[in-house]
Design a binder for this molecule. Sequence first.
Ligand code: C2E
Ligand code: MG
Ligand code: MG
Ligand code: MG
Length: 283
Amino acid sequence: VAKEAGRHTYRVFQPEMDRRNADYVWLDTNLRKALAENHLMLYYQPKLAGRTGEVDSVEALLRWRSPERGLVCPSIFIPYAEESGLIAPLGVWVMREAARQAAAWKRDGLNIRIAVNMSARQLDDKGVVSDFMRAIGDAGLDPCMLDIELTESCLIDDEGAAIDLIKQFRQLGARVHLDDFGTGYSSLSQLARIPLDAIKLDASFVRGVNENPVSQALARAIVAVARTLELKVIAEGVETAEETAFLDTLGVDAKQGYLYAKPMPASEFTTWLANRRRLHLIA
Ligand code: C2E
Ligand code: MG
Ligand code: MG
Ligand code: MG
């Protein structure tokens, strides 16, 4: 991602940037256009189940193919979309596209759940649950085939409202995961109040584990608390064999990271999956 972004000269949009700032103006015109002209796409990154390495779900990560600037990563435009309110239609597009893709895979005999990311601003929109239901209904998809990843920022403003939404999503059959756990403002005690299915252990806890006993201790403690609360743990951003070995000693439920696969377009993912399953059958 950093490499993709590095090829270009633009900076990450900062909310405090002036609205007349050149980046804001460019994003304002062009992201709207991208949505209207279908220049957005979803990349998919697999999650591997802890014990078996089985792939039964992927995370959908938004990409923008800009005719001018090439592939633009979400860290560039999501903060802008949140600031401008464009995140609402963008979020609807993501749900609908993910639902369409999961239904298409299902028809091809692939039972793969897709997790969509949702940011705090999207939850402010009270229509988000009905948008979700409509996306699933229109695709003819079972709601348990879409997972939701929320960031901790979703929980800070109005915890009660967030809990209410999470309950509604889970009643529909969706699983709700708390993304980047441990990096934001939520606390371990808060975790006990939020009705979640899983936490995603942030990459910072496993990065360079061998040299960092403090991260190790924190990761171990978080996993222990999650177990007590009967939450699953998904480790994200796994890049090395050492990190995997450490995570295996913790017994995390699933792992995700460049070590296994980068986010990729749908067709590339199905090829990757077919190759992987073939190799496992031969081995
Ligand atoms: P996230 O949900 O925590 O997603 C993980 C990010 O880490 C992704 O960056 C992914 O490409 C990257 N990643 C995965 N494995 C590794 C690894 O092993 N090493 C490293 N260094 N990075 C890894 P990406 O795709 O640029 O997305 C960044 C963030 O943008 C996401 O973080 C998520 O918060 C947000 N985002 C992406 N798509 C959407 C979307 O459709 N809606 C919303 N609201 N936010 C989105
Ligand atoms: Mg995520
Ligand atoms: Mg994450
Ligand atoms: Mg993270």
